[in-house]
Design a protein around this ligand. Sequence first.
Ligand SMILES: C[S@@+](CC[C@H](N)C(=O)[O-])C[C@H]1O[C@@H](n2cnc3c(N)ncnc32)[C@H](O)[C@@H]1O
Length: 231
Amino acid sequence: MNRDSSIRIAPSPSAIQPAALRQFLYDTYADTPKLLRVLGSLRPYVCPFDRLLPFVPAGASVIDFGCGHGALLVMMGAISRISKGIGCDIAVPALAAARAAARRLGLEDALTFLPVHAIDEVPQGPFDVVSMVDVLHHVPLAEREAFISCAAARVAPGGVFIFKDMTTRSRARQFAHQLDDWMFTREWVVPVECEEVERWASAAGLELQYAEYIPRLIYGNELRIFQRPLE
Ligand SMILES: C[S@@+](CC[C@H](N)C(=O)[O-])C[C@H]1O[C@@H](n2cnc3c(N)ncnc32)[C@H](O)[C@@H]1O
């Protein structure tokens, strides 16, 4: 696999749109088996990465909980928003794909992908940005509060916690997510109640800055941006 310097996302926020991100991901994951590559590249039409990225301050240090194939971090790296990024996941093959994508973009020094077996293995930071996209619904109910507290604890003063998960406000859209997860993981997931996440984040010292419901195709997304106040 060679570095491909022709792969770009234009840095202008108006250019960070699902179609541009689709092309970027398709080009970046050239080493991934074809079906996964195509499905992964279509994710920006379902998951609103374009709405998350503007909350990443330029030069930020980032940790992405449950990074999967690393799509969010390679996008952040490609638009030169971040100084360093760490992705953590329990899925080792996904991390290999993430590393290959980072190498293809020449971002292997900036992006690190780590296997974790337990939440307390995640590096302590603190980080300017902590992100968690479509992960919490995979975490057992009894462990979700600790998962959010652990993420919140890694947010630096003035830093942000970017949280995105499936919606529960539309039964039909929630069902679409559950069916999607079942098809890909054979897991019937229990959706996340965002009010609980807001309560847990608040208990961990974060303030809710922004909340948005973002329907995409047959799916529905809940985006929350929290911030740790400056000391
Ligand atoms: C739907 S994927 C989302 C991947 C990535 N965040 C994205 O948006 O492209 C969910 C990811 O969460 C990971 N995951 C699930 N439980 C986890 C845990 N306890 N710790 C770390 N990662 C976890 C899975 O391995 C999977 O890669």
